[in-house]
Structure formats: structure tokens, C-alpha cells
Design a protein around this ligand. Structure first.
Ligand code: ADP
Ligand code: MG
Length: 620
């Protein structure tokens, strides 16, 4: 090489902008400077990819038989790192343009922001990256030897210390096709000449580069980026083993979704549902496990805002060519492209679950048993998807056998002609709900009631409000949309006068506890039923507010008496015959109803009125 130096060497100055940029890059202390390795490896991989495409259209290519590959070499003694590829290479003109000016739009933006001086240079390097020029964060000098794919091009050698400019000269005739970048590292960057350090960085960012990587003469195993392939060309085994690799496990996933789009955004993604809910194993809340890639090169292994929180159980990869490789964590926080990607993937995954439910109900059910909490969390937190998510909910009902699940769609298909709403009831267990006096009025009309028995369900149903335009009604509430019964059992009922006198008396006697007392057919088994006022917060929400130390709004329960019940009939008689006993009996009825409804704030009130009643009965 030396022999030729004096004859053909030419000195060129960097474009002013490049000089400014390099000045910032060299003098900035940037803790993440390992990213320069990623930049150079990604350029090398791009160069191979470009040559692969050239081979499809060009008939004459220099060294057509030369295999497309990357080669990375560390030399600790000489404090050098070399990154080479057998890709497309650069002609003299190209090198001048690409490595002497700023073409890269991200880099331009970087410079503009740096000039405006809004934030420190290190933040900016993190935000925009500076592509090839990032090498000067770690390099004293960089030598680039390149030979273009074009057979007649002369190989060229470019050398720079990243200060003012670079030298250009012809490279030896035996320079092979492609580009070799030899980096003489700064003293404080000697780390990047260490085998293990570099290997770690390459494996971190470039595991899925599609070309073989030679590392110090040894083949570095890369994994196929199956998400970039056509679905039809990937087998079930390949999906499974890819999942084993990225999830560090040897169990197969429960389900996977492979999704590609070209418009409006170039997007390739493979997402896996693990076999088990990771949060059910007591490890606490899981971190995001879907990594973000730009054309197979890692941008962020655990991006916080790529997918909504409730999808944190998913494992996989999202890859978009449209994202700048150097987008930083801070940028990811507020990036409209990322928000779009998130919306598209979320929608697509919901569709995947809908399809799964249709195609394989058993499999969907096992998904539901593991991951129902996440879907419910989605209903509550994700306004734009809640309707679709509502259709994915599963529950038991008065029409299902214990342990069997149903959906709102099935529920709606079974609705009676005169039924206007979808009826739901909340409680601790199916067994408890089955005994609930709230069911009476619905059973009598032949209406189905959906059971919700998990903590938080009240919030889920409250957020849903409607399914398929059918209102969701909590049957423990006061005003339900119920059609009248055809065959009222009047024979046993109170007459209108008795009913009025009884309800007037009770309304007055319990005005501190109840907002209204009436007779009706809301229960046929109990003497009376306590209902939540229409605008009251439910007992569950109340308990939550209390736990959070917030003020709990006052409730206005209503009481509906069952006029066919012997206790109520006796009460009507005692009201005038033995007012003292009647009051004790009424106390007992009211408190029991409130207790059953979960609305008795002080259960000891019930105990003391039971005692008084017993005493009275034993010693009249
Ligand atoms: P970007 O990769 O985003 O275009 P870079 O600063 O990383 O920006 O690189 C600038 C340009 O230099 C590339 O677009 C490419 O044309 C050229 N280049 C860089 N490295 C190589 C390489 N190894 N082989 C061929 N061309 C390269
Ligand atoms: Mg690049």
C-alpha cells in the first residue's frame, strides 16, 4: 500500500456540516457508545442485502461467486476492530458522497437540533444516531477500503481521524469486493478491541442479521429472522424453536401470530402467547417482552410503549423499516409512528384472538383461563379497543353448567324477544350467586344472567357499558328494564291499601338507611331485597375507594318488599297490632337484605337486632 501513497493520495475536507457533526460526536461523552458497532454491522448487512438485490437484475458483477458475509475481527494488542463485508461496496464517488457529506436525514436533523442547542449532544446522539460517523466516538483513525460491485471500478481507500477531512487513494488491486472498515481505537475505547465485549454487542443487536457472521475466524451463529419471511414458508417447528430462543424456554407457546404489512407502514411481526401466564407464578408484573427491530437490527429489547400495558404477556418481535435505527428510549416515549404501529398490532392481535375463538373454542378457553385478567385490563384501560375486547370476554351464567363458559355473542343469541338488556350479577363465586335473591325476577321471566366472580369485574362491566348495542344491566340495581310478569300471584299478595301503609311506614322509619321502599316482584324467595341506587357506586368500587384512602360517596339503597312473602304479610298486620314487635321485625328484614346485598356497613347492627327480636319472642 505504502508504495502508492504519494502518487494518488488526495486530501479532501469534510463538508462543513460533517465537521460540525464530528466535532460534537468526538467531544461528547456518550455512555452508550457501543451503538457504533451496531451501526457498522447494520451498514455491512445492508451492503450485502443490496448486492443480493443487484444479483437479481445485473448480469455482470465483480467476483460473482464471492459469498455474501460479514467478518468481524478484534485485535487487542493493536487496539483495533475490523468490520468487513462482501456486499455492494462503494466507488470513489460514492465514498466521497456517503462518507464525506450528510445525506442521512436523521443525521441532518441531529445537526439542526444540536445547533439549536436544545439539549446536550449525548442526548442527541442517543436520539438520532449519526450512522457511520458514530464510529468516531471510539476511533482515533478509521480506514475504509472498498471495492464496488461494478467490474470496472477501482478499489479505494479512505482514511480519516474525524477532524477536518480524509485522504483518498487507490486501494491495492487485490482488494476483494465489499467494504472493510479498520478502526484504530482511542485509548479509552480499548474495550472495543476485546473479543468478549464485541461478541456480546454483536449478539445483542445483530442476532438476526441474515448473512453469516465470521467472528475472529469463528462462525457466529445467527438465528433466522422468521418474522421477515412469508408465513407460508415457516413451519410450526420453526415458530416453536424461534420462540424457545427468544423466550429462553423449552416449552412451546400456546399460540402465535405472524403479521406483515406494507402499507401504511412497513411492518413485520411475530407475537407469541406463552403457555402460561407469567404473572400467575408469583414473579410479579412482567416487563415488556416484545422487542423492537428495524430491518432485523435491534432498536430496543424492552420498549415500554410499543404495545399497551395489558399486552405485556406477549413475547415476540416487531420490526419496522420505517423506524430510524437510532431512535432512543426517550424518543420512543412520544413517537407518532410508534403509536400507529402499536394501534395496528393491537388491533391485529385482537383479531387473532377472535379467529382463535372461532376456529378452536377449546384452545381459546385455555387461553382465557390463563390470560383473562389481561383482556379485562384491556377493557378498562384501552378505550379504543374495549368494544372488540368485550366480545372476547367469557363467563358462566344461569344458563351454563358450572365450569362451562359462554360469551356475550352467545348470550345475545339466546335473548328472549321481550328482553331488552344483558343482565349481569357480581359476586364471589358461582355458588354464592346462584342463591342470590336478585336472580328471582329474571328467572321468573326466563332471562339469562351472566355471572362475574373475579375481583375487578365490576370495573370491567362498568367500562363496557354496552355490548352490541345492548345495555349491560347489573341486576342488583334499582331500576331494571324488566317487562311485567304475565301471571302475577295476586292471591297471596297484600292489597293496595296495606301495601301503601306498610311502605309509607317503613320509608319513614328507615329514612336514614333507605332512599325508597316499595313492593314489587324483584324477589320471590326473600321477604325483601335491597337494591343499589341507580347512581350509587357498587360495593366493590366502594371497597376500592376506601382502600385507596379516597372519600366514598354516600349510597342510597332502595328496598323492594315481596308482598307474597309470609313475613311481609305478618309485618303488615303487626304494624298496627304490635308496633314494637313490628319495628324489631322490620329492622331484621332491612338489615338482612342490606347484608345480602353487601351494603350493610356495620354488620353488628344485624346481630343486635336479632338478639332483641329473639328476646321479644321468648318473653313477649
Ligand atoms: P444509513 O445507513 O442510514 O444510510 P450511514 O451513515 O450508516 O447511514 O451510512 C451512509 C451511507 O454510506 C450508506 O447509506 C451507504 O450508502 C454507505 N455505506 C456505509 N457503510 C457501507 C458499507 N459497509 N458498504 C457499502 N456502503 C456503505
Ligand atoms: Mg447505517
Amino acid at each position: 500500500m505504502e508504495g502508492k501513497l504519494s502518487i494518488a493520495m488526495e486530501k479532501q475536507a469534510f463538508q462543513t456540516e460533517v465537521r460540525q457533526l464530528l466535532d460534537i460526536v468526538i467531544h461528547a461523552f456518550y455512555s452508550d457508545r457501543e451503538v457504533f458497532v451496531r451501526e457498522l454491522v447494520s451498514n455491512a448487512s445492508d451492503a450485502c442485502e443490496k448486492l443480493r438485490l443487484k444479483q437479481l437484475t445485473e448480469s455482470s458483477i465483480y467476483q460473482p461467486e464471492r459469498e455474501l458475509r460479514l467478518s468481524i475481527t478484534t485485535d487487542e494488542e493493536k487496539r483495533t476492530l475490523t468490520i468487513a463485508d462482501s456486499g455492494i461496496g462503494m466507488t470513489r464517488e460514492e465514498i466521497v458522497e456517503y462518507l464525506g457529506t450528510i445525506a442521512h436525514s436523521g443525521t441532518k436533523k441531529f445537526l439542526e437540533m444540536a445547533k439549536e442547542g436544545q439539549s446536550g449532544p449525548q442526548d442527541l446522539i442517543g436520539q438520532f444516531g449519526v450512522g457511520f460517523y458514530s464510529v468516531f466516538m471510539a476511533a482515533d483513525t478509521v480506514e475504509v477500503c472498498s471495492r464496488s460491485w461494478q467490474p470496472e471500478a477501482t478499489p479505494v481507500r479512505w482514511v480519516s481521524d474525524g477532524q477536518d477531512g480524509y485522504t483518498l487513494e487507490e486501494a491495492p488491486e487485490d482488494t476483494p469486493r465489499g467494504t472493510t472498515i479498520l478502526i484504530h481505537l482511542k485509548e479509552d475505547a480499548a474495550d472495543f478491541a476485546k473479543k468478549n465485549r464485541v461478541r456480546y454487542i454483536v449478539e445483542k443487536y445483530s442476532n438476526f442479521v441474515s448473512f453469516p457472521i465470521d467472528f475472529n475466524g469463528e462462525h457466529l451463529n445467527t438465528v433466522q429472522a422468521i418474522w421477515m419471511k412469508n408465513k407460508k414458508d415457516v413451519t410450526a417447528e420453526e415458530y416453536n424453536s424461534f420462540y424457545h430462543f427468544i423466550a429462553h424456554t423449552d416449552t412451546d407457546p400456546m399460540s402465535y401470530m405472524h403479521f406483515s404489512a406494507d402499507a401504511p407502514i412497513v411492518l413485520n411481526s411475530v407475537l407469541f402467547v406463552p403457555a402460561e401466564n407469567p404473572e400467575s407464578m408469583g414473579f410479579g408484573r412482567c416487563e415488556p417482552q416484545v422487542s423492537l427491530y428495524c430491518h432485523k437490527v435491534l432498536i430496543d429489547g424492552k420498549p415500554e410503549n410499543l404495545l399497551p400495558e395489558w399486552l405485556r404477556f406477549l413475547v415476540g418481535v416487531v420490526d419496522s423499516d420505517d423506524l430510524p435505527l437510532n431512535i432512543s428510549r426517550e424518543m420512543l416515549q412520544d413517537n407518532s409512528l410508534l403509536r400507529k404501529i402499536s394501534g395496528i398490532i393491537t388491533k391485529r392481535f385482537i383479531k387473532h384472538l377472535e379467529e382463535l375463538a372461532k376456529a378452536d373454542a377449546d384452545k381459546y378457553e385455555s387461553f382465557w383461563r390463563q390470560f383473562s385478567r389481561f383482556i379485562k385490563e384491556g377493557v378498562v384501560t384501552s378505550w379504543e379497543h374495549k368494544e372488540a375486547l368485550g366480545k372476547l370476554l367469557r363467563f358462566e351464567s344461569t344458563f351454563t353448567e358450572p365450569g362451562k363458559l359462554t360469551s356475550f355473542a352467545d348470550y345475545i343469541s339466546r335473548m328472549k324477544e321481550n328482553q331488552k338488556a344483558v343482565y349481569v350479577l357480581f359476586g364471589a363465586s358461582r355458588a354464592q350467586l346462584e342463591n342470590s335473591p336478585y336472580l328471582d325476577a329474571l328467572k321468573q321471566r326466563g332471562f339469562e344472567v351472566a355471572f362475574f366472580t373475579e375481583g375487578g369485574d365490576q370495573f370491567v362491566v362498568d367500562s363496557l357499558i354496552k355490548v352490541d348495542d345492548k345495555e349491560l344491566q347489573n341486576i342488583s340495581r334499582a331500576n331494571l328494564d324488566l317487562p311485567p310478569l304475565d301471571d302475577q300471584p295476586d292471591s297471596l299478595s297484600l292489597d293496595a291499601e296495606q301495601a301503601k301503609s306498610l311502605t309509607d311506614w317503613l320509608t319513614e322509619a328507615f329514612k336514614d338507611k333507605l332512599s325508597r321502599v316499595s313492593t314489587g316482584d324483584r324477589t320471590s324467595s326473600a321477604p325483601a331485597i335491597a337494591l343499589q341506587g341507580q347512581n350509587d357506586v357498587s360495593p366493590e368500587v366502594k371497597a376500592y375507594l376506601k382502600a385507596m384512602g379516597q372519600t366514598v360517596p354516600e349510597s342510597h339503597p332502595e328496598l323492594v318488599l315481596n308482598p307474597s312473602n309470609p313475613i311481609i304479610q305478618k309485618l303488615a298486620v303487626l304494624q298496627s297490632e304490635n308496633p314494637e314487635l313490628a319495628k324489631l321485625l322490620a329492622d331484621q328484614v332491612v338489615n338482612t337484605s342490606l347484608l345480602l346485598a353487601g351494603m350493610l356497613d356495620d354488620p353488628s347492627a344485624l346481630a343486635s337486632c336479632s338478639q332483641k327480636l329473639l328476646e321479644k319472642l321468648l318473653h313477649p
